[in-house]
Design a protein around this ligand. Structure first.
Ligand SMILES: [Zn+2]
Length: 142
C-alpha cells in the first residue's frame, strides 16, 4: 500500500483486493491541517492502517499516534498533547449511490485521501481546556 505522507492520499492501484495493512510515518509539519488553535507538536507521527478494498468500496480503519500542541487556556504557552485515536471511514465509488450516508465518494481506480478522517480524529482528541501545568497562574504582567 502506498500513501503520500503529506496529502495522505492512498494510491488505489497499490491495494490488493481484501485487507491491506501498513504503518506510515506522517510528515506532520508539511500537512495542511487547517485546524484552529492546533498545530503539530514535538515528535514523530505514525498511522497504522488496515484498508479493506471491496467491490463496492473501501473500508479504512486506523490508529493515529501523534503529538499535537494547543495553547494553554490560561497563559497561552504551547501545550503538547499525545493522541492515540482510532480512525474509521468508508469510501464508496462516485456515481454509485450508496445507502451508507457516512461514506465519502471516491473515484474508482484513483487515489483517495484520508486527511479528513485524520483531521476529525485530532479534533475529537483535543482537550477541552489544556493547561501547561495544573497550577498555571496565567499570563503574568511584570
Ligand atoms: Zn499555562
Amino acid at each position: 500500500m502506498k500513501m503520500d505522507p503529506v496529502s495522505l492520499t492512498i494510491n488505489m492501484r497499490s491495494l490488493s483486493h481484501g485487507i491491506n495493512k501498513d504503518r506510515f510515518e506522517l510528515s506532520l509539519r508539511e500537512i495542511d491541517w487547517n485546524l484552529d488553535n492546533i498545530e503539530p507538536g514535538d515528535g514523530q507521527a505514525f498511522i497504522d492502517l488496515e484498508v479493506d478494498l471491496e467491490d463496492r468500496g473501501i473500508i479504512c480503519r486506523g490508529i493515529l499516534d501523534a503529538v499535537f500542541a494547543t495553547p494553554c487556556a490560561r497563559c497561552l504557552e504551547k501545550v503538547n498533547f499525545p493522541i492515540t485515536e482510532e480512525i474509521y471511514r468508508v469510501y464508496s465509488w462516485e456515481g454509485n449511490i450508496s445507502d451508507d450516508l457516512d461514506s465519502e465518494p471516491v473515484i474508482l481506480g484513483g487515489g483517495f485521501s484520508i486527511l479528513n478522517a485524520v483531521r476529525e480524529a485530532i479534533i475529537l482528541s483535543i482537550p477541552g481546556k489544556a493547561l501547561c501545568t495544573p497550577d498555571c497562574r496565567g499570563i503574568s504582567y511584570i
